[in-house]
Design a protein around this ligand. Structure first.
Ligand code: CO
Ligand code: ZN
Length: 348
């Protein structure tokens, strides 16, 4: 596996550390602490804003074509928030982010303090009746008081799952978007080795899974000349899968459109031209649904030219998300390559 810039082994180590960590939307503090340890030695300034976004600035050398660039990856993952506890101590829940009932059945979940549970279902006459409101979390509680003491209403669980390696591929929960967070940390390593003219704001955002809420305020505060989200995208390469252009191992995916963003044509072309010139494998991404932090950032103030680099991922929002390290490395490579050039042209 030969990447242009990225240290693929370091990237993989980062993902293996970050993905198993607990961090549903609104409760990103454990993930933030892990990432902070990595970025402190690499950044010129590190701060945490009022929303909880972790913002690490790598200052550029300046000069002609130097810009303020914001690169965002979200720390949060999808979760299950306890809404009600019955007399016997079974927990009903509301989804935090997008969950499928079929994916949840039988999964092991974990709360912030390490309390574990398993997801059971009511007796169903027809599998078609399998909906979120027929499911519950069982933490093995004796009764309501016992359960409420350990995981009061409002507590949030996430999938309990480590990362497995299968050749060049990784399987785990929350690769959406801890793989993107790892890419940003790797970008910071590379900016130290290959300095850029640009001021690069690496934003590890909160609450993307509930509507890119953290990126909205961070985008406003930074007010960048160019914004790039680094997130995951779906693939169409599984049996009877969706008719999508993206494939696992097909390279980094350059976003054209999703439900939150039409990538600025200047940004899209900059990414395509840079990837082509550097020989970085890439594919075009059109996703007929979904969104990323770029969707929130591009609508701040008078508008921000924005795009996204996506890591093709199978089985999104499941405990068995799968990425290919070659795509992860290509994503980091393209980011580094883009930031190696002065940015001329583009919207005023
Ligand atoms: Co997601
Ligand atoms: Zn995501």
């Amino acid at each position: 596996m030969s990447a242009l810039y990225a240290d693929t082994a370091r990237l993989e180590r980062l993902i293996r550390e970050l993905a198993p960590a607990y961090g549903p939307a609104g409760r990103e503090e454990q993930v933030r602490a892990l990432i902070r340890r990595h970025v402190e030695p690499l950044a010129d300034e590190v701060s945490v804003d009022r929303m909880g976004n972790l913002i690490a600035l790598v200052r550029g050398a300046g000069g002609p074509g130097a810009r303020r660039v914001m690169v965002a990856a979200h720390m949060d993952e999808i979760g299950l928030m306890v809404t009600h506890i019955d007399d016997k101590g079974f927990l009903r829940f509301a989804p935090v982010g997008g969950h499928g009932a079929a994916t949840l059945l039988g999964q092991r979940v974990v709360f912030a303090d390490g309390t574990c549970g398993t997801i059971g279902a009511e007796k169903l006459d027809d599998i078609k009746d399998l909906k979120l409101d027929r499911l519950f979390i069982d933490i093995g509680a004796a009764d309501r008081e016992d359960a409420a003491r350990r995981v009061p209403v409002g507590s949030t669980a996430v999938f309990a799952r480590d990362v497995a390696t299968c050749g060049s591929r990784l399987i785990g929960k929350a690769l959406d978007d801890r793989a993107g967070c790892a890419v940003l940390v790797e970008l910071m390593h590379q900016l130290r080795a290959h300095p850029s003219v640009h001021d690069v704001y690496c934003v590890f955002s909160v609450q993307e899974e509930v509507g890119a809420r953290g990126a909205r305020t961070a985008g406003y505060a930074i007010s960048p000349d160019l914004a790039l989200a680094v997130d995951v995208t779906a693939t169409g390469d599984t049996p009877k899968g969706e008719p999508l252009n993206m494939t696992l191992g097909g390279g980094t995916a350059i976003k054209v459109k999703d439900n939150s963003l039409i990538a600025h044509p200047w940004v899209r072309q900059l990414l395509v031209d840079t990837a082509a010139a550097a020989g970085i494998p890439y594919q075009m991404e059109v996703l007929p649904y979904g969104g990323t932090d770029a969707g929130a950032i591009h609508l701040t103030k008078t508008g921000v030219p924005a795009g996204a680099l996506s890591i093709p991922t199978r089985y999104l929002h499941s405990p068995g998300e799968m990425v290919d390290m070659r795509d992860v490395a290509a994503t980091a490579d393209l980011l580094v390559a883009v930031l190696q050039q002065p940015l001329a042209g583009g919207p005023a």
